[in-house]
Design a protein. Structure first.
Lengths: 99, 99, 99, 99
């Protein structure tokens, strides 16, 4: 996984960071829960219901990050004359995200 | 999490089970990877790209389970005169799944 | 648009057909409504809300057709030993449909 | 349909407007095409493929409007100190749009 070394314009506060981490820890636990269901040969529909729930939890986590990104990084880019580039970058990830 | 104790009509083969478990283990690792990115205060767009990738991996895992479910449980229900009920159940989870 | 000349195993009843056509007529009207909003240079968010509404209406129409297809064509294929092929075909369209 | 009378901060250029209208006219034609397929009792899978195609066309139209909205209305709101409100509004429609 190759990432550019860009950083958020404003570091996440400890509270923000912990909030996102808690969500992700719960999602990690849900994924392990589904593994257990597969090992116990649980009914497929019940497993699919859990996978849908994890998908929603991930999307909500993503939207939270997206909102913060717009309020900080994109807003800063717009105020400093780099709005178009930042919006272009945002649109690409939003299209991927809405699949 | 309340589940009815229904079981798949035909237990997953060891190979099938291992294949799904491997996918879920990878997804679990990806979720931990995103936690690390948040801890390292990585750029929001890079984190969102990873969340989208996890969403796709989860969807593909779901579709694999769905196909197996149709080929086994739903087919058996149809052959034994319980098709409508099984299809009704399937439609509910598919609507959730396509959100 | 190239279509194979396959037909539903059981023709839609007049009531079923009319129900789907009514939905599609409403959707057609909604699309024209959005055209009018664009011509009147309406606020982008209001237009996007309408486009989302059309998307949902289309998805619901699709799910209705999908359910009928499973109860008739797929069930018939399963009963006559062609289940796998019919389910394979169904999975392809479901993956497209859930994007 | 109740709309607030907000207008885009900058009216769409004739070219922009025509581009969006052309897309919507094509979509209108596709919806009528699906009506014809239903009237001709065409195979369900073929109809579903067309409905998916319309969904994609609508989403792409929506993303184009979204990008323009961000580059004009949201950017103006940010520059004039109303960014949070505008981003909040945007997030609501994006969540709807990604279902």
């Amino acid at each position: 996984m190759v990432f550019n070394e860009k950083k958020p314009i404003q570091p996440r506060s400890e509270i923000e960071q912990q909030k996102v981490l808690n969500r992700l820890k719960r999602i990690e636990g849900q994924v392990r829960g589904v593994q257990k269901m597969v090992e116990e040969d649980r009914y497929c529909i019940d497993i699919l219901v859990q996978i849908s729930a994890i998908n929603s939890a991930l999307k909500n986590t993503g939207f939270e990050l997206l909102e913060k990104h717009m309020n900080h990084c994109v807003s800063h880019a717009i105020k400093t004359g780099n709005g178009e580039e930042s919006i272009d970058e945002l649109m690409k990830v939003m299209k991927q995200f809405s699949k």
